[in-house]
Design a protein around this ligand. Structure first.
Ligand SMILES: [Zn+2]
Length: 331
């Protein structure tokens, strides 16, 4: 959530600078002007509205892309919610058409902003902390949440969940949003790691993760729809232990070991025979027409057990990471 502060000039019509004595509700509005942007709303209250000598304004405007502009400091009155002006912070949200339905981006920003304000002022969205203009005067504002009372109920739940750092559903869409606050920035799904050269590993973390030296090379990085970082590293060089860091804190120690198997470098089997490797990392067959894996590798202590069946005549290499550890011949 990004809030741009662009205060309107003090004047008696839209920014009277009356001190707000208490804040006991966040008032929810729709712009009532299909297609208007947050900047349009801000500029209107700073210009045309003053010239027309109309008493109107709001503290925050949320745009169609979810952008947020703050027009008035939170300790001053806005003229937005009639008799509730003296105890509320007001938010106007833009909408693309006359149904008043907010875009997903706008609705998400609205939930996040109300959650932030409820936290800041100790308000409970499920107990009157968030209100509609409609609840104060009966005006059909915000229109969609008046014509869809279920969406309004869901909205209050979403604000409450967002405050608690839990994933929430967008009330007008049902889409689930993972609350950014739910992500612990220091989270790492891996504490200890053992690989062999050439093997890749993907971390899931709350923030960007880095390796302390070049024994691992980063091969991919993306931020998922869930807000977590997914970063892949490839083991490059043998090491007895190297740290991985998030925000300067060591979260994982990784060892890169020489590949090892319990099997002679060369071995021979007959078609139809099965063979099981014990190795220090998962081993794969280089030619599945000769040795085909049976099931997945099974972890046993610090070793892996992997079964193969000889299915065709010829020779096939076995690999751990980028290292060929064995050659099996089938006769
Ligand atoms: Zn309103």
């Amino acid at each position: 959530m990004n809030i741009k502060q662009e205060f309107i000039n003090p004047n008696k019509y839209t920014r009277p600078q009356i001190r707000l004595q208490r804040i006991s509700a966040i008032a929810t509005h729709y712009a009532g002007d299909p297609g208007a942007t947050a900047q349009n709303i801000r500029d209107y209250f700073n210009g045309t509205c003053v010239r027309q000598k109309r008493y109107a304004s709001c503290h925050y405007a949320i745009g169609l892309q979810g952008e947020i502009i703050q027009l008035i400091p939170e300790n001053e009155w806005s003229y937005c919610t009639n008799q509730a002006n003296k105890y509320s912070i007001s938010i106007e949200t833009c909408h693309p058409d006359s149904t008043g339905k907010f875009t997903q981006a706008s609705e998400k920003s609205l939930i996040e902003l109300e959650a932030l304000l409820c936290k800041r002022y100790g308000l409970n969205p499920l107990r009157g902390g968030v209100i509609r203009h409609y609840d104060v005067t009966g005006k059909h504002c915000p229109l969609y949440y008046v014509t869809h009372p279920d969406a309004w109920t869901a909205f209050k739940t979403a604000v409450s969940r967002c405050m608690a750092g839990q994933p929430y559903a967008l009330p007008s869409y049902g889409t689930t949003v993972s609350a950014a606050a739910a992500i612990n920035p220091d989270y790492c799904d891996t504490g200890k790691l053992t690989l062999c050269p050439g093997m890749e590993y993907q971390f899931k973390t709350g923030s960007l993760i880095k390796c302390a030296n070049s024994s691992f090379e980063q091969t991919a990085h993306r931020v998922g729809a869930d807000g977590y970082h997914y970063t892949s590293f490839k083991a490059k060089a043998l090491t007895a232990g190297v740290g991985f860091y998030i925000n300067g804190k060591r979260v994982c120690v990784a060892v890169v070991e020489k590949p090892w198997t319990d099997t002679p470098q060369q071995f021979t089997k007959k078609v139809g025979e099965a063979y099981q490797f014990k190795s220090n990392a998962p081993i794969v067959s280089g030619n599945k027409a000769i040795f085909v894996p049976v099931g997945n590798p099974v972890r046993q202590g610090k070793y892996y057990l992997t079964k193969f069946k000889a299915v065709g005549c010829g020779s096939a290499g076995f690999y751990i990471g980028s290292t060929r550890t064995n050659v099996g011949t089938v006769v």
